[in-house]
Design a protein around this ligand. Structure first.
Ligand code: SF4
Ligand code: SF4
Length: 381
């Protein structure tokens, strides 16, 4: 038999296995003393849950809360405006990942900037920015970098590679964010305002790709300090269901631990070489604003001082506004990202706001919760 990609993931999408796991979750949850709210931090997990109808397979006692895990959804308008303004500078080529194309800032999206004559290029890999810079020595090429721990090493590799090759016309606007800080903020802010088991985050499903790089260790504080178990899970439906079963078992057995479901690629320590690469060029920011969530301490990275001359935020500081910008009045992305509302509770969901005409960021990104509900919501009926 020829081994194809489909052969590799078929078993992890097998309906019989998914149903068997659902049955085990039902049996195990009979021993629960109260309902358990599980936040899946990452939009990739939200999509799997919606696409495969996993919500409908779970007992009433188990509830998913969709978390803020999409770097596009949480990018505040101010920073999208930065990209828009930079792209419109003469002699600038703005390079970014395709996910950013339609995200609306207060001045427009990068797609609009391009239709107005700006040179905006969408790439699949950060290293493509290097090729563009070398092909255009007379231009300043600015790489608008986004992503969680998963993509940060690629930006770090780009910076080091450009340095090694002596490429001087490649600058960076860094928007890399980190997951544990926002999880901490979500627990603290919800526990402060809501003293109800219905709204409490009891446990987390952690994204596996983040931990392939950063290791599962980044979640240790959640069981140890907050009493919230974490299971780092893969993105296929069987992975998610097994992750849920592992969490339910922890509750019925009175355990609060950090466990790895996605042992296929995740270890406690992660990829130490990639972590070193990140530390060689980045350090933590004091504060970073997350769209809908506000300023969260140490939740993002910036370039080390040694790279200040390549930092587009510093080089172009005079033209980049710093004022905060409100989101659209009707958009409740903030509540959705906090896990306090579902997309269907937004009064313009699917009417004034659709993926082709998004009002808020959760509808723009293919990983956003509103986009997932729009695409797969019929399955819930
Ligand atoms: S880009 Fe998608 S898969 Fe990656 S962290 Fe964000 S939501 Fe998850
Ligand atoms: S449906 Fe649109 S306006 Fe409503 S919360 Fe989602 S993104 Fe915002």
């Amino acid at each position: 038999m020829n081994l194809t990609l489909k052969n590799l993931y078929d078993d992890f999408r097998d309906p019989k296995t998914i149903r068997a796991l659902a049955e085990l979750i039902h049996q195990e949850s009979e021993g629960l003393e109260r309902p358990v709210n599980i936040m899946e931090v990452c939009g990739g997990h939200t999509h799997t849950i919606m696409k495969y109808g996993l919500k409908q397979l779970l007992p009433e006692k188990i509830r998913f809360i969709h978390g803020p895990g999409c770097p596009v959804c949480i990018m505040p308008k101010e920073r999208i405006d930065h990209a828009y303004i930079l792209a419109r500078q003469p002699d600038v080529i703005l390079v970014t990942l395709g996910d950013m194309i339609k995200v609306p800032g207060s001045r427009g999206s990068l797609q609009q900037a391009r239709s107005e004559g700006a040179d905006v290029r969408f790439v699949y890999s950060p290293l493509d920015a290097l090729k563009i810079a070398r092909e255009n020595p007379g231009k300043s090429v600015i790489f608008f970098a986004i992503g969680f721990e998963t993509t940060t090493p690629m930006t770090a590799a780009l910076i080091r590679r450009a340095e090694d090759l002596g490429v001087k016309n490649l600058l960076y606007h860094i928007n890399h964010v980190t997951v544990p800080e926002v999880m901490r903020e979500l627990i603290d802010s919800r526990d402060e305002h809501i003293d109800s088991y219905n709204n409490r985050i009891d446990a987390f499903i952690g994204p596996s790709h983040v931990s392939v790089i950063a290791g599962a260790k980044i979640y240790r504080e959640f069981p140890e300090r907050y009493g919230r178990p974490v299971v780092v899970s893969g993105f296929e439906p069987v992975d998610v269901m097994e992750g849920v079963l592992m969490l339910v078992r922890q509750f019925t057995q009175g355990r609060r631990e950090l466990e790895i479901q996605y042992k296929r690629s995740v270890t406690m320590e992660g990829n130490l070489a990639a972590q070193r690469q990140i530390d060689e060029v980045f350090e933590k920011r004091g504060l970073f604003k997350w769209r809908g969530l506000g300023n969260i301490p140490h939740s993002a990275l910036k370039l080390l001082e040694a790279y200040a001359h390549l930092d587009a935020e510093k080089v172009y500081a005079e033209i980049l506004p710093v004022e905060e910008i409100e989101d659209h009045k009707l958009c409740i992305c903030g509540d959705i990202l906090r896990g306090m509302a579902e997309p269907t509770e937004c009064q313009v969901f699917g009417t004034a706001c659709t993926p082709s005409k998004p009002l808020g960021s959760c509808m723009v990104s293919s990983e956003g919760a509103c986009a997932a509900y729009y695409k797969y919501g019929d399955l819930l009926k």
